[in-house]
Design a protein around this ligand. Structure first.
Ligand SMILES: [Zn+2]
Length: 307
């Protein structure tokens, strides 16, 4: 009897110990799992911090390299470059309108414009500044194997409202040829807007004072249009104006001479073709594109167009 009692007691003890052990194991398991989860989260947080720090550092070094490139040191480091005379497509746009139904040869919806820039970006093309184009064409400098220039004529206000945000989104360079006497008029860019875009890195260049067809003017009057517009824009942006796009692409012998005399390095027509090293600096080709261009048309323009 005593023995049986003892057995029962022993059994009870064993059961108690078993329960305590089980609880202990469960407790350890729960604590361990909680510990592992917290460690994981810490690793995630710290890796995010590292990622952000790396990004910050990348941004800082990108800014630094931009500054270096302004000083003329290799701005295309890490990009495949060429130094032959294959030329550069200089695309020509005009108005980038927010109304997708407005269709004419100089107006493109911002959706269409974004689609065209996206295919340029996705295909690995680098957008050159005017100074980089000038360096490649006339100073024997290399340029990225896939290079393109984005330009706009006339200086419509929608270039600021609609095109500028898309250029920023894709981190692209571009040039706007503005008509200096049209600044601050309805539908045209204001001085503040061109200053802001210039400070950001968009090139603001000349499209004359009054959008007159230069070939209809005397040499003296052409020179006036060229010099005065250059001065006005330089006074606003504080940067040198090095190129001009001739209104309606019209020019003559005098225009080319006056362009160089007025202090420009480059003069653009709208004759279709690539700008290359054999060109007269005051007679550079461009390629005007419009809303009818689908992504594959844009790629063809960038890859296949011969003079
Ligand atoms: Zn024009």
């Amino acid at each position: 009897m005593k023995r049986t009692k003892c057995n029962i007691k022993n059994k009870k003890n064993k059961r108690t110990i078993f329960i305590i052990l089980t609880k202990l194991i469960l407790f350890i398991a729960v604590v361990s799992i909680a510990f592992i989860i917290s460690i994981n989260q810490r690793v995630k947080i710290s890796s995010n911090v590292t990622f952000n720090q790396e990004n910050d550092q990348k941004e800082t070094s990108e800014k630094a390299s931009e500054k270096v490139s302004e000083k003329g040191v290799d701005q295309f480091e890490g990009i495949s470059v060429i130094n032959d005379n294959r030329g550069v497509p200089v695309l020509c746009y005009h108005s980038i309108n927010s109304d997708p139904l407005k269709k004419n040869s100089i107006t493109m919806s911002k959706e269409k414009f974004r689609e065209q820039l996206k295919i340029i970006k996705d295909s690995g093309y680098i957008t050159l500044t005017m100074a980089e184009l000038n360096d490649y064409l006339f100073k024997d400098k290399s340029m990225p194997e896939k290079s393109v220039v984005i330009s706009f004529d006339d200086g419509y206000r929608d270039n600021y409202n609609n095109a500028f945000p898309i250029l920023k989104e894709f981190n692209m360079n571009a040039t706007i040829f503005v008509i200096s006497s049209y600044l601050n008029r309805d539908s045209y860019l204001t001085a503040e807007e061109i200053k802001e875009m210039s400070d950001y890195g968009i090139d603001i260049e000349s499209h004359t004072v009054s959008h007159v067809k230069l070939s209809t003017l005397s040499y003296k009057d052409q020179l006036k249009e060229l010099k005065n517009s250059k001065d006005t824009i330089e006074n606003i942006t504080g940067k040198p104006v090095i190129s001009i796009a001739y209104p309606e692409g019209k020019f003559n012998k005098d225009t080319k001479k006056a362009t160089l005399e007025a202090g420009y390095s480059m003069g653009f027509t709208i004759e279709r073709g690539y700008a290359d090293r054999n060109d007269n600096p005051a007679q550079l080709n461009r390629i005007c594109v419009d809303y009818t261009y689908k992504p594959n048309n844009i790629i063809n323009v960038l890859k296949n167009l011969k003079k």
